[in-house]
Write a protein that binds this ligand. Structure first.
Ligand SMILES: [Zn+2]
Length: 375
């Protein structure tokens, strides 16, 4: 079957584009999807945010008083990693109900599923609330594409947001925010044989890292998301072994929960680490939480219950998504993360997706679109 009608075939086609980030080259993959959507009658626009980097926004319907449903996914992937792959990461190999490849779970299968579902409804969408498909690049390096769309006002006015990240088709209603900081320390360089003449930036960075080991956020746990977390992911300093280093930096990855103000948190960390440590913000995206009592969330749960064989319960994703950047730009509409990929296979060697889940996701997205648009 052709790729615009069969999401497994479309996933295979998307896997053949190498969109590994960094460095990230989404242009070919984005154009391929854009062309399919244009052929199906969508209004398609491209939003470049760097050399060979682009996002796609595609809309259909949305001409009535009701606002469209946004469905979003990213087409960049993480690198292959150091371990040897037994499957070709770019060939869309399938075996025993599994489809292998970098990005099969995270998240080209999700993008393929919603594109096929939207195309299946396309000829009925005129005059309805409609859909807005937001296909981003640069997600894996911190929502780069989505933040660009938000900053440049490239988005419409969607009233609900569906993120097709890997959840094995279980609808999730929350995820933490991400607040990435770099702590920088300065010193004075000197010959390594005379350290007393220098001022060692690595010792300062090491003290800063250790001061963060048991950092207390001082707030109660969120019922779904638990406690915020802090991890020191990197520590770099010095250029050569026989000099006193005059510069060092510590990469701090904080995951926040609803109610936490990032600016206030940064201020607290600054006081905690002292004036000798500069803090630079690398990524600042908010947490996402929608009450499971929201009528649209209830509708999505209702659609998923027969597919899952159980009524979904409110649960949270462990990772963050582009919703952190897109949701505020849409005015904080209800948001669900729901996609066919296997969450445990994201970023793994020999990544795969279960083909049956891709077909289930197409059927689920189609039902969700039809309900939204009263078809
Ligand atoms: Zn992802």
């Amino acid at each position: 079957m052709s790729a615009e009608r069969d999401a497994v075939e479309l996933t295979k086609a998307l896997l053949r584009f190498d969109t590994i980030n960094p460095t990230g080259d989404e242009t070919g993959c984005a154009r391929y999807l854009g062309d399919l959507l244009v052929d199906a009658g969508f209004r398609v626009s491209y939003h470049p945010y760097g050399e060979r980097r682009t996002c796609v926004v595609a809309g259909l319907g949305g001409s009535t008083g009701r606002r469209p449903l946004c469905i979003t996914g990213h087409i960049d992937t993480v690198p292959l990693g150091a371990a040897h792959w037994r499957r070709d990461p770019f060939d869309g190999e399938s075996d025993g109900g599994r489809l292998f490849g970098r990005g099969s779970s995270d998240m080209k299968s999700g993008v393929a599923a919603f594109v096929v579902a939207a195309i299946a409804c396309a000829n009925q969408l005129a005059g309805t609330a409609g859909v807005e498909l937001v296909i981003t690049g640069g997600e894996e390096s911190g929502c780069e594409g989505a933040l660009h769309l938000a900053r440049t006002h490239a988005l419409g006015h969607a009233a609900a947001l569906l993120v097709a990240e890997p959840t094995a088709n279980y609808p999730l209603v929350a995820h933490k925010g991400a607040f990435w900081l770099e702590a920088r320390t300065h010193g004075v360089t000197a010959h390594g044989s005379m350290p007393e003449r220098g001022d060692n930036a690595v010792f300062k960075a090491a003290r800063a890292a250790l001061a963060l080991e048991h950092f207390d956020f001082g707030i109660p746990a969120h019922p779904l998301l638990g406690h915020p977390t802090l991890n020191v992911g990197t520590l770099h300093g010095g250029l050569n072994i026989n000099s006193v280093p005059d510069f060092a930096r510590v990469g701090i990855d904080i995951r926040t929960i609803p109610g936490q103000d990032h600016a206030a948190l940064r201020e607290r960390l600054h006081r905690h680490l002292g004036d000798g440590v500069e803090l630079e913000t690398m990524l600042d995206v908010t947490s996402v939480h929608t009450d499971a009592g929201d009528p649209w969330v209830a509708e999505v749960f209702d659609v998923m219950a027969p597919i899952l064989g159980e009524t979904p319960k409110p649960r949270a994703a462990t990772y963050f998504t582009d919703a952190a950047a897109l949701r505020p730009a849409y005015g904080d509409p209800p948001t669900v993360v729901l996609g066919p990929g296997e969450p445990k296979m994201a970023h793994q060697t020999d990544e795969y997706c279960v083909t049956e889940r891709i077909r289930e996701a197409v059927s689920a997205y189609e039902k969700i679109i039809r309900r939204w648009c009263d078809l």
